[in-house]
Design a protein around this ligand. Structure first.
Ligand SMILES: Cc1cc2nc3c(=O)[nH]c(=O)nc-3n(C[C@H](O)[C@H](O)[C@H](O)COP(=O)(O)OP(=O)(O)OC[C@H]3O[C@@H](n4cnc5c(N)ncnc54)[C@H](O)[C@@H]3O)c2cc1C
Length: 396
């Protein structure tokens, strides 16, 4: 998703772009994400600013992308089980409102009007009309198609095996399984593989996988109107613990199945289905929406969120290797944050005024800018290659 958005915005800005992906479109975490475009789960701060910019860019994109990407400005409803939880939720919402988020408090007696199938007895909630949803794999595919229509070249099934640098240490392109691509700018949009890609350029970026499971129910008639989740979800997202966290996150989709999340744990790239985790998710969803108690789950799958220790993505130039830009580490928000990320990357490559302060996202926070660092890494190669393009190119 992030690479697709970068390809779309950089190409449309007039740059010559090549997208390079070792797999198919949306074969990474994007194919496992739920596609929520959320402002509601972000406390005031740089990530919320990025999310607000992205929310408006997603609305613009929804005008140009086909209806099949299932963009829905459905709104999010965060619910609190008790008074203590409601107090925390209300305080967060007040801070968010000051930062420009639209919020509406929902009293307990109003909850059935907003979500008729919610369990009784909840303490209250907050409605976030700016929250939206998209089908992430289709959105990525259509953005890639739009980028290609605007001139981007597409190299799928083509792993990048080295970042090429010249005598000054500046980026000269990438080596791929299908030859070298020369370019003065390379964007690392490799998601959870962002640290491995950075290592190809001889620099460190501490991206780690944070596993999450999603349950997909049988198709149901429209029962759940918003993205609905428990207030505890926000604390789970912000947690630095490697241990398992689960909190119910439930939403319908236009095609019928209900999606149920969300779990978070750092267990490396372990793909084993965890019955205890999916059982906890199912039980929590049925507690929030009793109507789901009799619903069959058709499948469960997992994905790996690209986690950085401070929960902020790495976006922008890596001053250790001139010409290397990062756009990775978006953890559980990469679908939502992709357009604003791409806008920042495009401005950085073009040397233009960024749409918001890029400093909090600077990859430099993970290491000193060092003039001699480039070219020292495992994959940094000499200035060689057959080169298929002359302008800046953006591998996926
Ligand atoms: C269960 C779950 C639910 C989620 N729900 C949401 C949600 O509701 N909303 C939201 O915003 N986010 C959500 N996320 C997070 C979101 O899915 C990710 O943040 C996002 O998909 C990251 O996109 P990306 O483009 O950075 O990475 P990816 O989609 O992983 O793309 C990276 C690409 O890089 C390619 N690549 C890797 N290494 C190389 C190489 N050496 N050479 C060439 N190509 C390479 C891969 O093949 C891949 O296609 C969820 C994640 C999970 C796991």
């Amino acid at each position: 998703m992030v690479g697709a958005a970068c390809a779309y915005y950089t190409t449309r800005s007039g740059l010559s772009v090549a997208v390079v992906d070792s797999g198919p479109v949306a074969g990474g975490t994007t194919g496992a994400g739920e596609g929520n475009l959320l402002v509601s789960d972000k406390p005031p701060g740089p990530e919320l600013s990025l999310a607000l910019l992205s929310a408006s860019l997603w609305r613009e994109l929804s005008e140009v992308l086909p209806e099949t990407v299932e963009f829905e400005q459905k709104g999010g409803l965060v619910v609190a089980a008790d008074e203590a939880s409601l107090a925390t939720l209300t305080a967060t919402a007040e801070g968010q409102a000051q930062a420009g988020v639209r919020t509406t408090a929902v009293a307990p007696h109003e909850l059935p009007e907003v979500e008729p199938h919610l369990a009784p007895g909840l303490a209250g909630g907050v409605l976030y009309p700016q929250d939206a949803q998209v089908q992430p794999a289709l959105a990525a595919a259509h953005l890639i198609r739009a980028a290609r229509d605007a001139g981007a070249r597409l190299h799928l099934g083509t792993p990048v095996t080295a970042v090429l640098t010249g005598p000054t240490g500046a980026v000269r392109g990438v080596r791929t399984g299908a030859g070298d691509l020369l370019a003065p700018a390379v964007v690392n949009a490799t998601g959870v593989r962002g640290g491995e890609f950075a290592a190809l350029a001889g620099v460190e970026l501490p991206v780690l996988p944070r596993r999450g499971f999603v349950l997909v129910t049988e198709p149901l008639p429209p029962l759940i109107r918003h993205k609905v989740y428990a207030a505890e979800y926000v604390a789970d997202v912000a947690s630095a613990s490697a241990a398992l966290q689960t909190s119910p996150v439930v939403e319908g989709t236009p095609s019928g199945p209900v999606l149920v999340g969300a779990s978070r744990e750092r267990v490396g790239f372990d793909r084993t289905l965890s019955v205890p985790v999916v059982s906890r998710l199912a039980a929590a969803a049925a507690a929030l929406f009793p109507v789901l108690g009799d619903t069959r789950v058709l499948r469960a799958y997992q994905g790996f969120r690209p986690y950085l220790p401070d929960h902020l993505p790495a976006i922008g130039p890596d001053h250790r290797v001139p010409g290397l830009f990062h756009a990775c580490g978006h953890e559980g928000a990469g679908i939502g944050l992709a357009p604003a990320t791409a806008a920042l990357v495009t401005a950085a490559i073009r040397g233009e005024e960024p749409p918001l302060d890029p400093k909090p996202f600077s990859p430099d926070r993970f290491g000193e800018a060092a003039g001699g660092a480039a070219g020292a890494g495992a994959g940094a190669g000499p200035e060689t290659g057959s080169g298929t393009g002359s302008g800046p190119q953006a591998p996926g």
